[in-house]
Design a protein. Structure first.
Length: 223
């Protein structure tokens, strides 16, 4: 059975989307395996290999700039697809995963930038508005930003720190939708709770390897 992600552009401008296959467990890549452009209010589907594990990212600046990560692992534990939205490495617009069969629904649709603490509002390398990482590559944690997200994002809908394992959701479906939103001034956050999602506290997959979410720069997850 093939794996696919349909990217749906909810913005009023063209977006560039990168697909980044992990180099190994908990080893994200910053070199896109492929990139696509999606026109406003349009969609485009991409097929991915068996056991593909990595992330989908809106490339509004450099690939290392602060950005929302849509992480996914196909054909993982019990041949399931696991997906999550992560704000650990930044925020450049909301994203929402859903499955074609309706068993997966996680993420957010509204604008988290507008009401965020001012000190975390930064620009990417192309001058676009983004929010800083909750855990910068240089180390440490932006606790005030984490607290802000806790108020705005319903529990289980995004990784804010590496221990937010209830935000990893599993489905048997291999045809996944990803709605991508833009940052626009003046809109208030709209948080979408999970509807029928299967929340999995991940331990190990069938190969006794951990199905990792965003844990780059930390120790591998240990059961």
């Amino acid at each position: 059975m093939s794996n696919s992600i349909k990217v749906i552009n909810r913005a009023n401008k063209r977006i560039q989307i990168g697909f980044f296959k992990n180099r190994g467990p908990c080893q994200p890549s910053f070199d896109a395996e492929q990139t696509i452009e999606v026109e406003p209010n349009a969609s485009k589907s991409v097929e991915l290999a068996h056991e593909w594990e990595g992330r989908v990212q809106k490339v509004s600046g450099a690939t290392t700039d602060p950005a929302t990560w849509a992480e996914i692992h196909f054909n993982a534990w019990q041949n399931m697809t696991f997906a999550d939205i992560s704000l650990i490495r930044g925020y450049n617009g909301s994203m929402m995963f859903s499955s074609s069969d309706g068993t997966l629904h996680t993420g957010m649709t509204g604008n988290l930038w507008t009401e965020a603490p001012q000190q975390f509002k930064v620009k990417d390398t192309r001058g676009n508005d983004v929010l800083a990482p909750t855990e910068p590559y240089t180390g440490g944690r932006n606790d005030e930003l984490v607290a802000y997200y806790r108020r705005k994002v319903k529990e289980g809908n995004a990784y804010l720190i590496p221990d937010d394992h209830p935000s990893s959701h599993g489905t048997k479906d291999t045809h996944i939708n990803l709605d991508v939103y833009e940052i626009s001034s003046g809109s208030s956050p709209s948080i979408v709770p999970p509807s029928g999602s299967r929340v999995v506290a991940l331990r190990s997959n069938a190969n006794n390897k951990f199905v990792c979410a965003d844990n780059f720069g930390n120790n591998p997850l240990i059961a």
